[in-house]
Design a protein around this ligand. Structure first.
Ligand code: S3P
Length: 266
């Protein structure tokens, strides 16, 4: 019995040593993440390097290929990488990032990509309102009218004021109200995504979920509506990115670099 107890204590000691080693390794790893971000910013190196994440996971896959705990270790590594991205995002931005722009400008796609690459929480404003109201945007317009929908947008922005490190994909009409612009600016960096009317048309032509375009699905209508909103978008935006014919990581990287320049100016 005495011997068995010793054995148990020994195993527990070994675990305690492992935990201490893991903790130290994680502290070192996380400090490196902070240094890497500072270095990339200083030397203008792209922040988003998705291929690097793949390399890290491949290395762990390789070194665990004979382990019975492979699955568990990989799961832990995914968590470590996720947390590293969170550290990165906090280093990069102290506020939210709000994406504005015309329907089909790429707000949803860009916010999802940024959310994934930097482990930032994403809010899709239309989806949030639909869930809260228990009906589609199309039905909100039909049942309550556009004014009611615009009030939902303003209320969503108010509820965002306490949040940090979020990417918010705003509905295309959000910057039309001055009050909304003030709320957006208070909450974070406002990024205006734009594209040519032809590219927009191509992206939204099969959608029936955008009441303003239903029955108006034509390039000239899109061009006119975009033009009539241009001034409002311009006034709200801290930076602008044309998404026409760019790939998604390229757009996200341009966004980050432009936000850094903005931070350096302010
Ligand atoms: C609108 C844009 C839509 C949606 C609603 C009204 C607008 O959002 O909020 O149909 O006024 O431009 P998306 O820009 O995300 O499509």
């Amino acid at each position: 019995m005495e011997q068995e107890k010793d054995k148990l204590e020994q195993l527990r000691d070994t675990i305690a040593q492992c935990d201490a080693a893991i903790t130290e390794a994680l502290k070192t790893r996380m400090a490196c993440i902070k240094e890497i971000i500072a270095y990339k910013r200083e030397y203008g190196i792209p922040v988003l390097q998705p291929e690097q994440e793949k390399k890290q996971l491949d290395a762990v896959m390789h070194s665990t290929k004979d382990s019975v705990f492979r699955h568990e270790i990989l799961h832990i590594f995914e968590g470590i990488i996720e947390n590293s991205k969170r550290i990165q995002a906090k280093e990069l931005f102290d506020k939210n990032i709000l994406l504005i722009g015309f329907m089909g400008a790429g707000k949803t796609t860009v916010s999802a990509c940024l959310g994934n690459l930097l482990a930032m929480e994403v809010m899709e404003m239309d989806a949030y309102i639909q869930k809260k109201e228990g009906m589609s945007i199309k039905d909100i317009f039909a049942v309550h009218g556009e004014e009611y929908f615009r009030n939902c947008e303003s209320n969503t922005l108010i509820s965002l004021q306490e949040k940090r490190h979020m990417v918010v994909s705003c509905g295309g009409g959000v910057p039309l109200r001055e009050k909304n612009v003030a709320l957006m600016k208070k909450s974070g960096y406002v990024v205006w995504l734009t594209a040519t009317p032809e590219a927009i048309f191509d992206r939204v032509k099969d959608s029936t979920e955008r009441p303003l375009l239903n029955g108006n699905m034509r390039v000239d209508f899109i061009r006119d509506l975009m033009e009539s909103r241009r001034e409002k978008y311009e006034a709200a935006a801290d930076i602008c990115i044309d998404t026409t014919e760019k790939d998604i990581v390229e757009i996200c990287e341009e966004l980050l670099q432009k936000l850094f320049s903005l931070q350096n100016i302010n």
